[in-house]
Ligand binder design. Structure first.
Ligand code: ZN
Length: 330
């Protein structure tokens, strides 16, 4: 589906609501508070329902990314479509101009939209590449140490390891999915924890460069190293070109679309880049798949408050799914 068919198909609020209800509940509405199906009555003339069991009112928007919104659903749908179709990301300013809404509205809606892109843990396997990159401004020109110069012009933010930019670690399965995460300290412990969370260790071969924090991988998983420090970048198919190619796209999208992203909200943008990449070969109706996920009853969307620490929000879902799995196993 594209923007023009979407605007024709869902041109009234009623149609949008009916579509969301179909995706969320199927034929019969379910109480979002107590899960009851039998004692639900529709409130005449509104989009709301009443549950006679717990005596509460609800609509299909409760507990979803659309909760409490004043932005018309038609515009929400258009905004989601624009974000899903933007392979290299789209800024809130651009959304503001495209669908004629205010800047804060566009920013908040885009942020909520990214929330619904948060996936559960991907299990990567087979040939897996892992690498890290640093996101931030470009390296500043170094000036000679001269007290006459203002301090700011003597600040030099170097490239690569040892820089003050934000480290982002990525794991990609060749011809498969990607997982991205902001890791403040690139220690063996942190990197190993990320590997364990996202990769089926017994079914994978991990390729990294010769950064010392990856050395411990040898003890845990089948691990191949390509020695970048010696100027070797590919040998008999051992390389980290897939992940580096992705980082190049990611940085281009940040530079081209967003210009600058704060450290606080970077995880959300990573989630978006990850979602778009993981669905790059998806042939069906991605809009529908996305919306189906967006209207699910999920705590992390319920507690969505971008003013709080973004990193926690982005990774909470992952942990919750794991906890649920562990409980089932008991
Ligand atoms: Zn109820």
């Amino acid at each position: 589906m594209n923007l023009s068919t979407l605007s024709k198909k869902y041109n009234t609020k009623a149609k949008c609501i009916a579509y969301l209800e179909k995706l969320r509940w199927g034929k019969k509405p379910v109480c979002v508070f107590c899960g009851d199906k039998e004692h639900i009555t529709k409130r005449n003339g509104t989009t709301r329902y009443h549950c006679n069991k717990c005596n509460k009112d609800f609509s299909v928007l409760v507990d979803t990314i659309f909760e409490d919104t004043r932005l018309p659903l038609i515009k929400w749908f258009q905004l989601i479509m624009l974000i899903l179709n933007a392979k290299k990301g789209i800024s809130a300013k651009q959304l503001m101009r495209d669908i004629n809404i205010g800047y804060p509205t566009a920013w908040f809606a885009a942020m909520r939209c990214r929330c619904a892109m948060i996936n559960s843990c991907n299990s990567l396997q087979h040939i897996v590449e892992m690498d890290e990159t640093y996101v931030g401004g470009k390296p500043r020109r170094r000036y000679p140490k001269n007290d006459a110069l203002p301090i700011i012009s003597r600040v030099y933010n170097k490239r690569g390891r040892g820089t003050k930019k934000i480290p982002v670690v990525g794991i990609v399965e060749r011809d498969g999915n990607i997982v991205l995460k902001v890791i403040e300290k690139l220690t063996s412990k942190n990197l190993l924890a990320m590997l364990r969370d996202n990769v089926k260790i017994d079914k994978s071969i991990v390729i990294t460069d010769d950064f010392k924090s990856y050395r411990k991988f040898d003890e845990v998983v089948e691990h191949l190293t390509i020695e970048h420090s010696k100027g070797i970048y590919s040998k008999h198919g051992v390389n980290t070109n897939t992940i580096e190619g992705f980082f190049s796209i990611l940085k281009n999208s940040i530079r081209g679309q967003y210009i600058a992203i704060s450290k606080k909200y970077l995880p959300f943008y990573l989630v978006q880049a990850q979602y778009i990449y993981n669905n790059r070969n998806f042939k069906g109706n991605l809009f529908e798949v996305y919306l189906k996920n967006a209207v699910q009853h999920e705590k992390c969307l319920l507690n969505y408050k971008p003013k709080k620490e973004a990193k926690k929000i982005v990774f909470i879902k992952c942990k919750m799914k794991k906890a649920a799995k562990a409980l089932k196993g008991l």
